[in-house]
Design a protein. Structure first.
Lengths: 331, 434
């Protein structure tokens, strides 16, 4: 195994252990964090998909499409077929969304920039419009989901939040480790070249189209995971999952995180949830203003997102080390 | 990568700690009763429902804490406990609301949550409320599905569901002896609009079996432009045009239909239209049959409690109270009387949520809009009397309601154990009308 691969997997392992420990701590102290963290992970997974697209120079303003597809596919599976096993539902949601993304992507992969973004919005709003009219599955009111089980085990009410959080934590780490490995692979690095200069990538014999299709499908799978996870956490899904404001939140998280770091996505999702929740509590009439102000502050002071903050610290340290070395050499 | 992961976790922990510090300790004190109040403070439903409801709630809580509400509600707060309310904005969809609900219960340790205008939010919150065993009062939302498709231990709805609105409109037409050969509907294209139209057509099929539907229009929610729909209605010229639109959608429809002469050609009936009277003012068309989803506002009964409430609200905000503040008051008074009933039963101690839930189940209390009875959904869903009226202008040109017909609760609400649609289709079996 490559050294960097090993490092990434090790980091993932450490992250799982820490997140699981944190889960048990929060179970006995401030239980509400478990649910907020689970929801943040669900959002973070979708935003991770947007970041994958961002590495290829594209932003999707319509990830609600895959988020909602995942939630509805797994939700219908649970209500209509009685499958309540959470890991199974996650796989179902992920595959359904990935499949939809795979079908849709050739249509939109030829477009760039704002055209790509607007097409994704259009598609997500089409899904929203269809679901609102489908009264058989609840129309605009959506439908309620049964409690999830975990490999045949039904946790008691006191442990339901914890069980779902633990599953979410494992999914988040597996997904982010896998995407990190992909980003660092040859195929993943080509995406960065696409971001820099598409024409040159084509001349060098790579296909921008294929990169986009691949990324959109990966983003679809991640979106499906996030949608299923949040559906199970909330216990209710409705067409608003596909509404443009929902998609906007994913972009918000992605912009806040930046495209450099994978773990920053989950951190920024958590920050967003906390800022929103507390501003809603303390400023019920102006919470949107606080949220908007917060985003502006991040854009002004950390244009590369939270992820770039660590890079900056790292660079600063490297620069200092180099300066010290030069000084040492000079004396 | 190891570094970044670790750092992100550390930063996450720091962030969480910050959040906790901000949350502070919310230990429930013995002499306060803490409620979360969730209603639209921004977005489409804020102007028509959310903000007036919270205005009403705020005012009533202030008066209750001062002990200034007339009997039988003249004790301070809830059975002597001061009421502390935390308002939360309902905007942002069910996902956000489930999270805010959990935060209210698990983090802010509220004793009860009163809220929710949107039916989608009510459907999403109810199972969570039961899971967390949190006493929850749905004060406004209309869908009958909450207790017809589910059953909950800790969830109560202190207002009648939307079936009453459309049954009473149809009954009003019959009671006023109007001739209806043809009728049409213009409703928003989402669950509320479809459910309202379904209940109205079913009621009409019972009361006017000969009447024909000539147009079923479902413009998008928030459409704002109704030129095409009004043209279609003008062309068909039905005797009655039904609409369950609310808020901005209703105002736009009324303002756009007025110059086209729709109100001269057809009898327009609005199942939830009273809240458009204050914003439209003198522009409100005359001769429109409308309801308020209960005997609220200009349709409210002449009782001492209502006189006090109407005047108090009007003095404070310089506008008449419409349906939403009435429904908020109804919820608060219901909770108050249930708490006091539970205190009486346990010897004057602070009641537990289980004792309050037991007291609220099947409870009856007087509200400014008349007697509220928790008769449906195994004692968790209220029925109430309602009234329908017709708009007219007084000598100053202000809108008033005339030809008001009152309907007893059991005349326009289904009996326990029966689904609304089945009850209407079976010919309103067991309805008790005076």
């Amino acid at each position: 195994m490559h050294a960097s691969t090993k490092r990434t997997c090790l980091a993932g392992l450490i992250a799982v252990i820490l997140l699981v420990l944190a889960g048990f701590v929060f179970q006995h102290w401030q239980t509400w964090i478990l649910f907020t963290a689970t929801k943040a992970i669900g959002y973070g997974l979708v935003a991770l998909g947007i970041i994958t697209l961002m590495r290829g120079g594209l932003v999707s303003f319509g990830q609600g499409l895959v988020y909602c597809t995942g939630a509805y596919a797994s939700g219908l599976m649970a209500t209509r077929l009685g499958v309540t096993d959470a890991p199974v539902l996650l796989v179902v949601g992920m595959l359904a969304s990935a499949l939809l993304a795979l079908i849709v992507s050739p249509l939109i992969a030829r477009y760039r920039g704002i055209f790509f973004a607007m097409l994704t919005v259009a598609l997500s709003m089409v899904l929203y419009g269809v679901l609102v009219k489908m009264n058989a599955i609840g129309g605009s009111d959506g439908f309620t989901l049964p409690e999830p089980t975990f490999l045949g085990w039904q946790p008691s009410v006191d442990y339901a939040d914890l069980a779902l959080y633990l599953l979410a934590a494992v999914v988040a780490v597996v997904a982010s480790t896998a995407t990190r490995l992909y980003y660092d692979s040859m195929a993943g690095l080509v995406a960065l070249a696409v971001r820099e200069n598409e024409l040159r990538v084509e001349y060098l014999g790579s296909s921008v189209f294929k990169v986009t299709v691949r990324h959109f499908t990966i983003a679809g799978a991640l979106g499906g995971l996030g949608g299923t996870l949040n559906g199970m956490a909330l216990g209710h899904i409705d067409p608003l999952f596909s509404f443009w404001t929902t998609s906007g939140e994913f972009v918000f998280i992605a912009v806040l995180a930046g495209y450099i770091s994978v773990s920053a996505v989950f951190l920024s999702a958590m920050i967003l949830e906390l800022v929103r929740s507390f501003s809603n509590l303390y400023f019920p009439e102006t919470w949107q203003l606080i949220l908007g102000g917060f985003l502006i502050v991040v854009i002004v002071f950390l244009p590369g997102g939270i992820g770039s903050f660590w890079e900056r610290v790292k660079e600063g340290r490297a620069a200092r080390a180099q300066a010290e070395q030069e000084e040492g050499a000079g004396s | 990568m190891v570094n970044t992961t670790l750092k992100s976790l550390m930063a996450g922990a720091a962030m969480a700690a910050l959040g906790l510090a901000a949350a502070g300790s919310a230990a429930a004190q013995d002499d306060t009763y803490k409620i979360g109040v969730v209603t639209f403070l921004s977005g489409q439903a804020a102007e028509s429902f959310g903000v007036p409801a919270w205005d009403g709630g705020k005012l009533l809580i202030e008066k209750l804490n001062a002990g200034e509400v007339p009997a039988p509600y003249d004790t301070v707060g809830f059975g002597g406990m001061k009421i502390e309310a935390i308002p939360i904005d309902e905007a942002g969809g069910a996902t956000k609301q489930v999270q805010e609900f959990r935060n209210l219960v698990q983090r802010e340790n509220v004793d009860a949550v009163i809220g929710y205008v949107s039916s989608g939010d009510c459907l999403a919150i109810s199972p969570v409320a039961d899971e967390l065993e949190a006493l929850t009062i749905l004060y406004d939302c209309g869908t009958p599905r909450v207790f017809e498709d589910g059953s909950y231990e800790y969830v109560f709805r202190t207002a009648a569901h939307a079936t009453m609105d459309n049954v009473s409109i149809a009954r009003y037409l019959k009671a006023r002896d109007m001739k209806v050969g043809t009728f049409a509907g213009l409703n928003q294209d989402y669950a509320w609009g479809h459910d309202s139209w379904r209940d109205f057509t079913a009621s009409m099929a019972q009361l006017y079996p000969e009447a024909e539907v000539t147009a079923e229009l479902f413009p998008a929610f928030g459409a704002g432009q109704y030129g095409t729909e009004i043209s279609a209605l003008m062309r068909e010229g039905p005797d009655v045009v039904h609409s369950s639109n609310w808020g901005g959608d209703l105002q736009s429809f009324l303002l756009q239909a007025l110059p086209r002469g729709l109100f001269q050609r057809s009898q327009v009936v609005l199942s939830a239209g009273d809240h458009s009277i204050p914003p439209l003012g003198k522009n409100m068309p005359e001769g429109v049959v409308l309801g308020a989803r209960g005997s609220y506002g200009l349709l409210s009964p002449d009782t001492p409690l209502n006189d006090w409430w109407f005047k108090t609200y009007q003095d404070e905000y310089d506008v008449i109270p419409v349906q939403a503040p009435y429904r908020m008051v109804q919820a608060l008074l219901g909770l108050k009387s249930a708490i006091e009933k539970a205190m009486e039963a346990n010897g004057g101690n602070r009641p537990t949520k289980d004792e309050i839930a037991a007291a609220l189940k099947g409870h009856e209390w007087e509200s400014p809009a008349g007697m509220i009875q928790m008769k449906l959904g195994d004692g968790h869903q209220a029925i109430q009397p309602t009234a329908i009226g017709t708009t007219a202008k007084d000598e100053n040109g202000d809108t008033i309601l005339v030809d008001i017909e009152r309907f007893a609760a059991e005349c326009v609400n289904p009996p326990p154990g029966q689904k609304s649609v089945d009850w209407i289709n079976a010919g309103f079996q067991g309805a008790k009308c005076e």
